[in-house]
Design a protein around this ligand. Structure first.
Ligand SMILES: Nc1nc2c(ncn2[C@@H]2O[C@H](COP(=O)(O)OP(=O)(O)OP(=O)(O)O)[C@@H](O)[C@H]2O)c(=O)[nH]1
Length: 346
């Protein structure tokens, strides 16, 4: 049996960072495959685990849940046949709906030896409120269908603010375990234990009490369904009116709301120049609502600069040479011409 863990989370939440930690501190002994689905046109994350002998399948230019659903099932079956791994970690695009990804995996489950281990969502605690307000349909879906929610960036938060975030999350999903402790205080194994345990606890609860894992209400025996994706596809019979129902009423595809713009370029950038670009992305409105940017470019001193941007935060670090400079910006209503000017590319 191959275990499947889905690690979802909005753009820049910290999915890749969490996966690295889990692999380094908890999954070293397992035969592992990572399937990544990036929304951006240019795959930027791919390769970070190749040195560690982890197989990576990238699926770009589309969404597992929309245009790539057929490709996804083929890729998953291929991975199973070729590697028969102990575990497959699926990292959906930051704007994918968790319920759609669960459905895509379940479609394959009937024909293969797969065991759903966990549905985990990484949430940036500092941006949670803002994203809930602005991108509710996507953001809340990832929360509603998770059985473990891992908060990132809690080390910078006041206790009261953190409590308020947990309260908001519980409002959307009462049942999920929420990890509030900063990651550096935890071992990857501790996090995995919650992810594994939460699934069993959920099963136990549902078997004993028939509690709906999404809305927390008790169901009668004949209304009881084992998984929430299936359950809510049919409409929740308990009459609760939570955000997760949004999904059923007005379904938008990610590419109707979000877009990405990316370039490959041999152009060199000074560190200060790159820093100015990232500051501008944050401060100016003429580029659209920029939610995420990342990439690697050559510097004029022959080193390579890697960067990561989420609203109000950026990071530049030195990394290995890449086959060419490349970067990708994701957001809503992106202004491509203005972006090209900012990055000084044609
Ligand atoms: N301070 C802080 N930074 C974090 C934390 N988690 C992630 N980051 C930073 O946030 C940025 C995005 O992290 P990733 O792990 O790439 O996020 P992701 O969810 O995989 O992002 P996508 O590529 O958009 O899917 C990186 O610069 C990380 O170093 C955290 O807990 N605290």
């Amino acid at each position: 049996m191959t275990k499947i863990d889905i690690i979802s989370g909005f753009l820049g939440a910290g999915k890749t960072t969490l996966i690295k930690k889990l692999i380094a501190e908890g999954l070293q002994a397992e035969k592992l495959v990572l399937i990544e689905n990036e929304f951006g046109e240019i795959g930027i994350d791919g390769g970070f685990l190749q040195d560690a002998g982890i197989e990576i399948r990238e699926m770009n230019s589309g969404c597992i849940c929309c245009s790539l659903v057929g490709d996804f099932s083929v890729a998953l079956k291929k991975v199973l046949a070729q590697y028969a791994p102990d575990r497959i970690i699926i990292e959906p695009s930051g704007v994918g709906k968790l319920s759609d990804v669960i459905k895509a995996v379940q479609a394959v489950q009937a024909e293969t030896a797969l065991e759903m281990n966990s549905y985990t969502t990484v949430v940036d605690a500092q941006k949670c409120k803002m994203y809930m307000k602005n991108f509710k349909e996507f953001f809340n879906n990832q929360i509603a269908y998770a059985n473990t929610i891992v908060l990132s960036r809690t080390q910078m938060m006041e206790e009261k603010a953190l409590e308020a975030v947990v309260h908001e999350l519980k409002h959307v999903n009462e049942q999920a375990h929420v990890i509030t402790t900063p990651w550096e205080e935890l071992n990857g194994e501790d996090i995995l234990a919650v992810m594994n345990g939460s699934c069993q606890l959920e099963k136990e609860l549902m078997e004993k009490e028939h509690i709906c894992s999404v809305c927390g209400h008790q169901h009668k025996e004949h209304e009881h369904h084992h998984d929430h994706a299936h359950h809510h596809e049919k409409g929740c019979s308990c009459g609760c009116d939570h955000e997760h129902h949004d999904h059923d009423h007005h379904h938008h595809h990610a590419d109707e709301v979000f877009s990405s713009w990316g370039k490959e370029t041999p152009r060199t950038y000074e560190r200060d120049e790159l820093e100015t670009i990232l500051k501008q992305l944050n401060e100016e409105e003429c580029y659209g609502k920029v939610l995420r940017a990342k990439g690697m470019v050559k510097s004029n001193d022959d080193t390579w600069l890697y960067f990561d941007f989420v609203p109000e935060e950026y990071e530049i670090r030195v990394g290995a040479a890449s086959y060419t400079g490349r970067f990708c910006v994701i957001g809503s209503q992106l202004q491509e011409e203005a972006l090209a000017k900012l990055f000084k590319v044609a």
